[in-house]
Design a protein around this ligand. Structure first.
Ligand SMILES: Nc1ncnc2c1ncn2[C@@H]1O[C@H](COP(=O)(O)OP(=O)(O)OP(=O)(O)O)[C@@H](O)[C@H]1O
Ligand SMILES: O=P(O)(O)OC[C@H]1O[C@H](OP(=O)(O)OP(=O)(O)O)[C@H](O)[C@@H]1O
Ligand SMILES: [Mg+2]
Length: 290
């Protein structure tokens, strides 16, 4: 049976979180030192270790069945029309900005008109320039783009900003709004049909990854509450679908179990306590399928 070909970033910011995600989703990608391939026979998947940028460029051509890459790399590769984003993965988050010397003559995106802009993503930057109705000349660098201004190679840059520390270290500041916001995504080619077996393997992969993401972003909350407060309490914890309500031996009281977004846990407990809920327990999810 033909294995599903899944491309995984072999280095860079997306490598570690991708391996972690696939591991939590039950895939076994024991990678020998710098191996190019790994097989998970139990799950009928063959992993290919590739550069995230090469995954973005090639997944649309049907060379790979699915891959994990960055939305900015897809936009930069100009392959969006041939690629379907199956699932945003919640890591590898970044913004992409124009930036120029702090306190220098370039103070806005308009001031970039007629200037040289260093970037690793010329397509993305040229598109942004058209949208702003300015003309720029891109200077392509594969990395360390922030150095280009000090070196006189360009008048400004356009690059990935995560914490902003690279920009600050180079004496640069962002101009205007982000050109784009990005995170890691699971993608497949839009034009290449897969065999029924591979289609099935894609469905399983997608469901498992979704399950891991849900387990990361929800907790289970249990509490007791007076029957009279049930309606108010379940409005506070509506759950992903609907909360489970069970009876208690204590007359006039019920037990409620519901999924709650992890980020809201403390404020939800405050509000439940206010309406009379007691014994509020929060449990982390190891895995789930919602
Ligand atoms: N601090 C960061 N630096 C670079 N990319 C980041 C960062 N945070 C998130 N990302 C995202 O990771 C992807 C970059 O992948 P890439 O394979 O180019 O890795 P990299 O971290 O830049 O490593 P390298 O430059 O060594 O190849 C992009 O989608 C980008 O938005
Ligand atoms: O806002 P920050 O947290 O500083 O992160 C952004 C920086 O990280 C990336 O560089 P990377 O480490 O990939 O090196 P590179 O420039 O050689 O690609 C990116 O290109 C920025 O330079
Ligand atoms: Mg980089």
């Amino acid at each position: 049976m033909l294995m599903l070909r899944v491309a995984v970033p072999n280095k860079g910011s997306l490598h570690g979180p991708t391996i972690q995600l696939l591991d939590e989703a039950g895939y076994r990608l024991h990678r020998e030192h710098r191996a190019l391939f790994a097989e998970d026979r139990a799950n009928n998947v063959r992993f290919i270790f590739w550069r995230a940028s090469d995954i973005a460029r090639n997944v649309g051509a049907g060379i790979l069945d699915v891959g994990i890459t960055g939305q900015d790399l897809l936009a930069g590769a100009g392959t969006a029309a041939h690629t379907t984003e199956l699932l945003p993965l919640g890591f590898g988050g970044s913004e992409f900005y124009f930036a120029a010397a702090s306190g220098g003559p370039i103070r806005s995106v308009r001031d970039l008109d007629g200037r040289r802009v260093a970037t690793s993503f010329p397509l993305l930057v040229e598109r942004a320039a058209r949208e702003h109705d300015i003309e720029i000349r891109t200077v392509e660098l594969d990395g360390a783009v922030e150095t280009a201004v000090e070196l006189g190679l360009a008048d400004a840059i356009a690059d990935v900003v995560e914490t902003g520390s690279s920009l600050r270290a180079a004496g640069l500041e962002t101009l205007g709004e982000p050109i784009m916001r990005s995170q890691a995504v699971l993608v497949r080619g839009a034009d290449s049909p897969l065999s029924p077996e591979r289609e099935q393997a894609v469905r399983v992969l997608l469901q498992r990854l979704q399950g891991v993401l849900d387990a990361r972003s929800y907790v289970v909350m249990d509490y007791n509450c007076p029957q009279s407060a049930l309606e108010t309490a379940t409005a506070i914890t509506p759950g992903k679908e609907s909360p489970t309500v069970s009876s208690l031996t204590e007359p006039g009281w019920v037990a409620v179990r519901s999924m709650v977004p992890r980020d809201d846990v403390q404020s939800v407990m405050d509000r439940l306590a206010e309406v009379g809920a007691t014994e509020i327990l929060v449990t982390r999810l190891e895995a789930c399928r919602l």
